[in-house]
Design a protein around this ligand. Structure first.
Ligand SMILES: NC(=O)c1ccc[n+]([C@@H]2O[C@H](COP(=O)([O-])OP(=O)(O)OC[C@H]3O[C@@H](n4cnc5c(N)ncnc54)[C@H](OP(=O)(O)O)[C@@H]3O)[C@@H](O)[C@H]2O)c1
Length: 354
């Protein structure tokens, strides 16, 4: 006969008390289970970072990825990149995003982690390097296929998981040749999926074309055009969605207009938006309710977003940011205030930034 519910509960309680008593006496002797006598108590393992299904693909992506533009453009030394990527993979990273044009980033990624290729999904992009190696757009079939061959060599792999057009214009997409080249690369097995990386009207065109498996676009509290314009449509079509520039280049770190031209537009918007969680002393907070935490948690809750590829040059950063994301979504009230503030302040030319 099954014991009654109340009896079962009671038995659980008694067993629980007995276990607690045993643990208490072990702890009193300085011995938790599996530890040497006298060793300090181990901190509990953090819960694993959330994974989301990447659109209709077979990939389950950890919510925090890695964007490699910063390591490339800032010419970070190989030893630091080894540490950064190795530590992040150990802590749960499984999406690494790069591009042929991020100077040596592909080479650095290949050197650091090609031996762990099964541990991560690899996304790269094409279109900004000509056949002779000089910088300049090349959206021809030959140019795109040659770019992928060079990327595979540099990344030391036979195929990437996602190959993306690197922000070509809507007009270029309309011509069609670049999309056909991407489809050919997929058919030849050099990439498992294809995507468009870009913003605003061009991103919308790419989504509506129905030809891409994934979209990479700028989503952050200083760049919200896509939230109404593009993301709902990408979600409806079951596309994988990568949020690029997901913490708005951390522009709150600058007292005045940053020297780096790439950060200036977001800084100007941030200055006008005056979000309360990033004013005065609050700007310096490093917890989940400080600007970095709020920025990432806001981006992670936008429609269809599955992975945030935060750029960093610091080995400790991935783990810190993963901890901030573990706090989960913002309260609906705070998210609504960020959306409302944007709608009130954004100018018509505050379109998605590439
Ligand atoms: N057209 C395109 O396809 C395109 C365009 C832009 C970007 N992307 C992709 O998106 C990725 C991300 O974009 P992004 O690097 O420009 O912008 P981002 O991820 O919004 O910002 C990166 C900056 O934030 C800082 N940061 C990171 N975590 C922080 C924290 N907790 N507190 C304070 N600062 C923090 C980093 O500095 P530290 O070094 O100090 O961590 C870095 O300077 C790129 O790497 C690239 O892969 C693609």
């Amino acid at each position: 006969m099954q014991p009654s519910n109340s009896r079962r509960d009671f038995l659980h309680t008694v067993t629980g008390f007995a276990a607690l008593a045993t643990l208490g006496s072990l702890a009193a002797q300085g011995r938790a289970l599996g530890q040497e006598p006298g060793a300090p108590a181990k901190a509990p393992e953090p819960k694993p970072l959330e994974r989301r299904k990447f659109g209709k693909t077979d990939m389950q992506v950890a919510l925090l990825g890695f964007g490699s533009a910063e390591i490339g453009y800032q010419k970070i030394e190989q030893g630091t990149v080894d540490k950064l990527l190795g530590a992040a993979l150990d802590a749960g990273l499984n999406v690494v995003d790069t591009a042929e044009c991020y100077l040596d980033a592909e080479l650095q990624i290949g050197a650091a982690i090609a031996h762990r290729r099964k541990d991560y999904h690899l996304f790269t992009k094409c279109g900004h390097i000509a056949a002779d190696g000089s910088r300049g757009n090349d959206w021809t079939t030959a140019g795109i296929l040659a770019s992928l061959e060079r990327s595979l060599k540099r990344l030391k792999t036979d195929a990437v998981d996602l190959f993306q057009l690197h922000s070509c214009s809507k007009e270029e997409l309309q011509k069609g040749e670049c999309i056909e080249a991407m489809e050919r690369a997929k058919k030849e097995g050099k990439t498992r999926y294809i995507g468009y990386s870009g913003d605003s009207a061009a991103a919308l065109f790419a989504v509506e074309s129905g030809r891409f498996d994934a979209l990479q676009t700028s989503v952050n509290f200083c760049d919200q055009e896509c939230i109404d314009l593009v993301l709902p449509k990408a979600k409806e079509r079951g596309m994988g969605v990568v949020a690029k520039r997901p913490i708005a280049n951390a522009v709150w770190r600058h007292e005045g207009l940053p020297d780096n031209g790439y950060h200036q537009e977001y800084w100007k918007r941030f200055d006008a938006l005056r979000y309360e969680f990033a004013q005065g002393e609050a700007r310096k907070r490093e917890d989940a309710d400080g600007p970095a935490g709020v920025a990432m948690r806001f981006t992670a809750m936008q429609p269809g977003v599955q992975v945030l590829i935060v750029g960093t040059t610091r080995p400790e950063r991935w783990k810190q940011n993963a901890d901030l994301l573990r706090a989960g979504p913002l309260s609906p009230e705070l998210e609504a205030r960020i959306r409302a503030r944007w709608k009130e302040v954004a100018k018509p030319d505050w379109i998605g930034q590439t």
